[in-house]
Structures are given as C-alpha cells and as structure tokens.
Design a protein around this ligand. Structure first.
Ligand SMILES: Cc1cc2nc3c(=O)[nH]c(=O)nc-3n(C[C@H](O)[C@H](O)[C@H](O)COP(=O)(O)O)c2cc1C
Length: 175
C-alpha cells in the first residue's frame, strides 16, 4: 500500500515534536533506524517525514542524529535509513562528520544490514551530494545491502525525496 505522501507536508510543529520525543525513547529490538545529519534542518525534517511515513505503515522506527549512531550499533540493526545534507566542499554537516569518517575508515563487516541513503545538496556546487554518495559506497563496501537506490535531492528537495521515499516504502512492504 502506498502512503499518501502529500499528507506528510502538513506535519505540524506539534506533531514533529511528539515524534522527536518518541525518537528519544529506547529503541525496541527490530526498529528501523532513521539517522540524519543536517546543518540547517532540511535533512532533519526529511528524516522525521520518513519516520512518519514508515510508522503509518505499521513499522517501528527510531530517529537519531548521526552523532548518536555508532558502527557497532549497526552490526545489530536490520534496516538503517540515512539522510544527510552536504556542506563545505562536498562534506558532511558537523553532526555527521565523525560517523562518516568512521565509515570510511571501517573494516567492520555489515552483512546483515539493509540500508538506503538520501543525500541532500545543491547541484550548483561541484561536489553535489558528495558525502551522501561516499556513505552509500562505504556501506556497500562493508557488505551491507542496498534497500533502495541512493537519492540525490537538489535544492527543491521534495520531488527526489518523494520518489526515494516511495521506493523505500515499496522495498519494506515487500520485505
Ligand atoms: C556554505 C554551503 C556549502 C554547501 N556545500 C555544498 C556542497 O558541497 N555540495 C552540495 O551538494 N550542496 C552544498 N550545499 C547545499 C546544502 O547541502 C543544501 O542547502 C541543503 O539543503 C542543506 O540541508 P540542511 O539544512 O539539512 O543542512 C552547501 C550550502 C552552503 C550554504
């Protein structure tokens, strides 16, 4: 069943803060991790929109900034969804730097992890969505399986984001 994604755009501040509160609870085993890295809120907002859509499908989710995620945690998680914007010269936002660096240096195999990356950027920059592209490849090289193809969302994020979210929901509903 497809989620009517346009409803998500009407997410109120109140609803978002209730999701924020939810995300801080201890994750139950089997939850899907939705991890975000953002400087000015775009990728963070998309992470919570993703959480709302997955919850509407009856899926259990936890939402965390990259800064609260470790590679060790990912060895015990079945599905992880990453959303990151791009800063500097193709670099991650401040709260994504440590995790991205850890992924690029890691040799910890992640054979049981299914993942997808939604990268947010601006095609006016030469290194468009570069850190999201790097993350997508790093996870593949660690043996994780792509749940849905990498999305590279331009400054008007919604069209690419919505296509990506539909692909994620389809993949999860087919298991
Ligand atoms: C100073 C600056 C540097 C940026 N560098 C890049 C870049 O190298 N590549 C890219 O694709 N987008 C770049 N962007 C665009 C941001 O990724 C884009 O505005 C994004 O929507 C911000 O998302 P956030 O609010 O989640 O941080 C840059 C934006 C600024 C203001």
């Amino acid at each position: 069943m497809k989620m009517p994604i346009q409803i998500l755009k009407r997410l109120s501040d109140e609803e978002r803060s209730s999701l924020q509160a939810f995300s801080l609870k201890d994750p139950s085993a089997g939850s899907i991790l939705i991890a975000w890295a953002s400087e000015t809120g775009t990728a963070e907002r998309l992470a919570f929109e993703t959480a709302t859509a997955l919850q509407a499908q009856g899926l259990s989710v936890m939402v965390l900034p990259f800064s609260e995620v470790s590679i060790q945690q990912l060895t015990t998680i079945g599905v992880a969804v990453f959303l990151t914007s791009t800063w500097g010269d193709g670099d991650p936002p401040t709260n994504g730097e440590a995790l991205l660096k850890a992924f690029l240096a890691s040799t910890e195999p992640l054979p049981n992890l299914r993942y997808t990356v939604c990268a947010v950027g601006d095609s006016a920059y030469p290194r468009f969505c570069q850190c999201g592209k790097d993350l997508d490849i790093a996870l593949e090289q660690l043996g994780a399986t792509r749940l849905a193809p990498l999305a590279t969302c331009d400054i008007d994020v919604e069209p690419d984001f919505n296509l990506w979210l539909e692909a994620v929901l389809d993949a999860l509903s087919n298991n």
